[in-house]
Write a protein that binds this ligand. Structure first.
Ligand code: FES
Length: 154
């Protein structure tokens, strides 16, 4: 176990955990950020997707000790710090407008993956969406995910 400070959702947090502890468990168990989900635990499903310096990363396979000075953003921090619906991220607004979720379990990870994609490609076509977003949705919401991403491009 060792103590270290990490930046999550624009706030500094001191956490105590072994360096090999996956970031997912630090977020969920130490910081109480339950929006980041555990699905497969082996980097495949994407339920645990967060941003590290704006890039989509699977937190279940990111050891705490591998973080350097990066800034982590979870679904709870995506919209910023203002309360209320006016503070939603455009991808979250599009997700609501298209009624994307079914069971909803994978959707925080999907939104994090989609927002990271749009930050590097503001107008992706369906093929790019399918290639770049490899998260798994067992409810099969992929058509609505594509529509929501297109809506979010404005
Ligand atoms: Fe991390 Fe599945 S829980 S990719």
């Amino acid at each position: 176990m060792s103590k270290r400070v990490i930046k999550v959702n624009d706030r500094l947090h001191e956490v105590e955990a072994a360096p090999e502890t996956p970031l997912l468990w630090v977020l969920r168990d130490a910081l109480g950020l339950k929006g980041t989900k555990f699905g497969c635990g082996i980097g495949v499903c994407g339920a645990c997707t967060v941003h590290i310096d704006g890039e989509a990363v699977r937190a279940c396979v990111m050891p705490l000790g591998a973080l350097t000075s990066e800034s982590v953003t979870t679904i709870e921090g995506l919209a910023g710090t203002r309360p209320g619906p006016e503070s939603m991220h455009p991808v979250q607004e599009a997700w609501l407008a298209e009624r994307v979720p079914q069971c909803g379990f994978c959707q925080p990870g999907m939104i994090m993956a989609a927002s990271a994609l749009l930050s590097r490609d503001p107008d992706p076509d369906d093929r790019t969406i399918d290639e770049q977003i490899t998260n798994v949705c067992r409810c099969g919401t992929y058509p609505r995910i594509r529509r929501a991403i297109r809506r979010a491009t404005g």
